[in-house]
Design a protein around this ligand. Structure first.
Ligand SMILES: *Cc1c(COP(=O)(O)O)cnc(C)c1O
Length: 368
């Protein structure tokens, strides 16, 4: 009998399934890379902001040296933006890193973590990675059922993950409801509020989560530069929490987890409000374009507050995979979500108007 390596809980992990890269689809389906439309990973269709490219060019000259392990300038910029002290901020190699660090810093083997059905796949990975027990609370209308999540917290629960807006469903929880939830959670349980799509929220939906951090020592806000800021390939995210949590996070992170180019680009992007506004405007228009087309095609979708839409492409459990393949053959990459327990649905990122038009035409053909 061959020897098995690693703990049981590591062998039980199903690897993360990322969106297919453009080059891979071109190779597999014999297509021209330039003709492929990728709407699979909730990236910003405008790509990298020019301001960030300039900052990276300048930073490139210093790549022979290690990055600033404490990210002084980026933390200072974030601290100013969110009105907190720099020692309330943890930088991450993407916000994925923040989620992983939180699991390692706050949960030990055998304890439990609460998150919602149909919420971000990394919550399950981070939970399993520390050998913790997942308490998955059934979704309500494809979103978080916060009262049920509060009720699901056990004596051994150390962490709760909440995504707002949620991925892959796009659902949104109001600030009032989140605050009510924070009041219900025992102070010994850390709440990670993952706001990867916050910048896409309409002004009337915005709430000030950094103000809650001042009131709740068990709250950790997670944010990213991968979505609205257009820097997915660089891997920068950050957490905001009181020092009682941040100090522990800091012990668990790799000393140089955010590279020099990423730090420089993030500062530039943070100050590029024009790019952010342009991205939010394009997203709102693309959302209308998609949802009007889905309605015309008679397709059910979940109203979304992010830069993507979850749409139901059939009533049988083969529908998502089948329509996905038909789209790939036409050079359109979207995200099947069977691994989320949603085999009849596809998650489609909002692109530029022309990319959205290509998707809609390809979807019509795929469904015919
Ligand atoms: C995309 C996403 C993230 C993080 O992505 P990073 O690139 O690691 O910052 C985190 N949470 C949710 C819900 C996401 O959709």
């Amino acid at each position: 009998m061959s020897k098995q390596f690693g703990p049981d809980y590591v062998r039980a992990i199903a690897p993360y399934e990322a969106g297919k890269p453009i080059a891979e689809v071109a190779r597999e389906f014999g297509l021209d890379q330039a003709s492929i439309v990728k709407l699979a990973s909730n990236e910003n269709p405008f790509g990298v902001p020019d301001s960030a490219t300039q900052a990276m060019l300048a930073a490139a000259a210093e790549l022979g040296r290690y990055p600033d392990a404490n990210g002084f300038e980026l933390k200072a910029a974030l601290a100013k933006r969110y009105q907190v002290s720099p020692d309330w901020i943890t930088l991450g190699n993407g916000s994925n890193d923040i989620l992983e660090i939180a699991a390692h810093a706050f949960v030990q083997l055998g304890q439990s973590v609460v998150y919602a059905q149909y919420s971000f796949a990394v919550y399950a990975l981070a939970t399993q990675g520390v050998g913790a027990c997942a308490i998955v609370v059934p979704a309500k209308d494809y979103g978080h059922d916060l009262p049920a999540m509060a009720a699901a917290i056990r004596a051994d629960t150390r962490l709760v993950f909440i995504a707002n807006p949620n991925n892959p469903t796009g659902t949104f929880i109001s600030g009032v409801d989140i605050e009510a939830f924070l009041e219900l959670v025992p102070p010994s349980v850390v709440v990670v509020l993952d706001e990867a799509y916050n910048e896409y929220l309409a002004p009337e939906q915005q709430y000030e989560s950094s103000a809650w951090v001042r009131r709740y020592p068990n709250l950790l806000i997670s944010r990213t530069f991968s979505k609205a800021y257009g820097l997915a390939g660089l891997r920068v995210g950050f957490g905001i929490a009181q020092p009682v949590l941040t100090e522990l996070m800091n012990r668990m992170r790799q000393p140089f987890n955010v590279n020099s180019m990423a730090q420089a680009a993030a500062i530039a992007a943070l100050n590029d409000s024009e790019f952010l506004e342009k991205s939010a405007r394009n997203n709102a228009a693309g959302y209308r374009q998609f949802t009007q087309a889905f309605e015309a095609l008679g397709l059910q979708y979940v109203p979304s507050h992010g830069n993507f839409v979850l749409v139901k492409v059939g009533n049988d459990d083969g529908a998502g995979a089948r329509v996905n393949l038909a789209l790939l053959k036409q050079g359109v990459i979207v995200r099947p979500v069977g691994n989320y327990g949603l085999p009849q649905w596809l998650r489609i990122s909002i692109g530029l108007p022309q990319e959205n038009t290509v998707l809609i035409a390809a979807l019509k053909k795929a469904l015919a």
